[in-house]
Write a protein that binds this ligand. Structure first.
Ligand SMILES: CC(C)(COP(=O)(O)OP(=O)(O)OC[C@H]1O[C@@H](n2cnc3c(N)ncnc32)[C@H](O)[C@@H]1OP(=O)(O)O)[C@@H](O)C(=O)NCCC(=O)NCCS
Length: 214
């Protein structure tokens, strides 16, 4: 349990993971061409299933993929999945603990292309978020915010619609990032304030979680 009712589970993308899927998950994985995509999808679902068990749900619940790509969580559960370079993470909570979650994982050595880094951080943000890897940390946090708000019906939005106010030093325990989200996006999601954003290390990965309270 990460904190306040949120469960985080990790799963390595290993050969044979896709054989552990069933129902609509297995059907979807069979439709995929690339072995690496199969591996990451399966790892995400295994992590999701473990998270659901931690929340007290019965074993073996499938988390199908909706037409828009969002995972379809069981009734009264919210969650999010992310994967990168051999590792998947799933976050889940009961809907009285969270109204929406978004998670993102990035390999800490990933180099963001200059053009992407320039899109992620505004001049204003650069004054407070500096140093090596600043762009990647901001990218990870903003992707988590996007996934959280997308699950509440936000239209596609880009990095400049989220403003990070700080970037704490990373540790194994989550640290909080303060953020602002444009009025229009909040309104589309029926929110008065932006999600709470956390960020931490997991081995050689950076993980960020955005959460709207239930
Ligand atoms: C959806 C999106 C955020 C996925 O990010 P990604 O870095 O490619 O991949 P991740 O591994 O982190 O996440 C993929 C998982 O997100 C979930 N997902 C897919 N579409 C989603 C959506 N619209 N909203 C929330 N989650 C979504 C799925 O579980 C998917 O994994 P699966 O297909 O194996 O089930 C990205 O593709 C996208 O559409 N971005 C556009 C908006 C954006 O990035 N704006 C900038 C941030 S402010």
């Amino acid at each position: 349990m990460l904190h306040q009712g949120i469960v985080i589970e990790y799963q390595a993308a290993e050969e044979g993971n896709d054989a552990l899927l069933f129902g609509p998950e297995a059907e979807y994985v069979r439709s995929l061409g690339s072995e690496s995509r199969k591996g990451e999808f399966a790892a995400g679902r295994i992590a999701a299933r473990r998270a659901l068990e931690q929340l007290g749900l019965q074993k073996g619940i499938a988390v199908p993929r909706s037409e828009t790509g969002l995972p379809e969580w069981p009734k009264n559960i919210v969650g999010s999945i992310s994967h990168t370079r051999g590792l998947a993470v799933a976050a889940a909570a009961k809907s009285d603990a969270a109204a929406a979650l978004g998670v993102d994982i990035e390999l800490s050595t990933r180099a963001l292309k200059g053009a992407l880094e320039r899109r992620v951080l505004s001049e204003e943000e650069r004054k407070v978020i500096r140093g090596e890897g600043a762009g990647l940390l901001a990218f990870c946090a903003k992707e988590a915010v996007y996934k959280c708000l997308a699950s509440l019906g936000a239209p596609t939005f880009w990095f400049r619609e989220v403003t990070l106010k700080n970037m704490p030093p990373l540790g194994e325990n989550p640290s909080q990032i303060d953020c602002e989200v444009t009025e229009g996006i909040l309104k589309r999601c029926g929110l008065e304030k932006p999600p709470e954003v956390l960020i931490w290390w997991h081995k050689e990965f950076i993980v960020s979680l955005a959460r709207v309270y239930g």
